[in-house]
Write a protein that binds this ligand. Sequence first.
Ligand SMILES: N[C@@H](CCC(=O)N[C@@H](CS)C(=O)NCC(=O)O)C(=O)O
Length: 208
Amino acid sequence: MTQITLYGPALSTYVRSVRMLLTETNTPHDLQTVDIFSERSQEYLAKHPFGKVPVLEVDGEILYETCAILDYLDAVTGNHTFTPSEPIGQARMRQIMAIIDNYLYSPAISVITIQRLIVPSQNGQPDEAAIQTAVPKAQTALGAIEAIASCNPYLLGSDITLADLYLMPVLLYLSKTPEMETVTANTPKLKAWWKATEQRPSFLQILD
Ligand SMILES: N[C@@H](CCC(=O)N[C@@H](CS)C(=O)NCC(=O)O)C(=O)O
């Protein structure tokens, strides 16, 4: 029987995307937490030379980079159910995932989420200037996704894809900040998409 271990803290957006797919496909797995607020161990760096989370280990085979992990799991556990069948749909899905990696994650998570949710939880003061700089960047990234997504009801149409699994954990953190209203002010389709998807059972199950 295949042994699947996912390394990473349950609160990570990227770990949540992978856990959502594992949950959607009823795939048994172990979650081994990793403390991302301390230095990574040499043992962990041997699995992921950049020290990020997540890492997926399948029967001793190590995989990192969330897009690669999701592609792999969709092939072996999802029968490609979470990837559009048409080339243009596949390209749009990967385009949205690349927009999230390259243009949304940093302003939305590394700045707005950290400053609004993590810093105050450690009795610090949010860096308002950093938040103000991040807001238009997050708006631009969400606007770019809005321009190519149908949100009817999922990002790329009637079926949920890896792009939805990638965006939902990021939107969840944003939705807990006062900046949510501003960053989604010009993306009505994404607002409707978020309302339609945030209660998906596989998503609710991995929010521990
Ligand atoms: N390109 C990586 C990005 C992963 C990433 O940025 N993970 C964050 C947590 S959501 C992380 O490891 N942060 C800890 C750190 O940067 O030290 C992937 O797709 O897996």
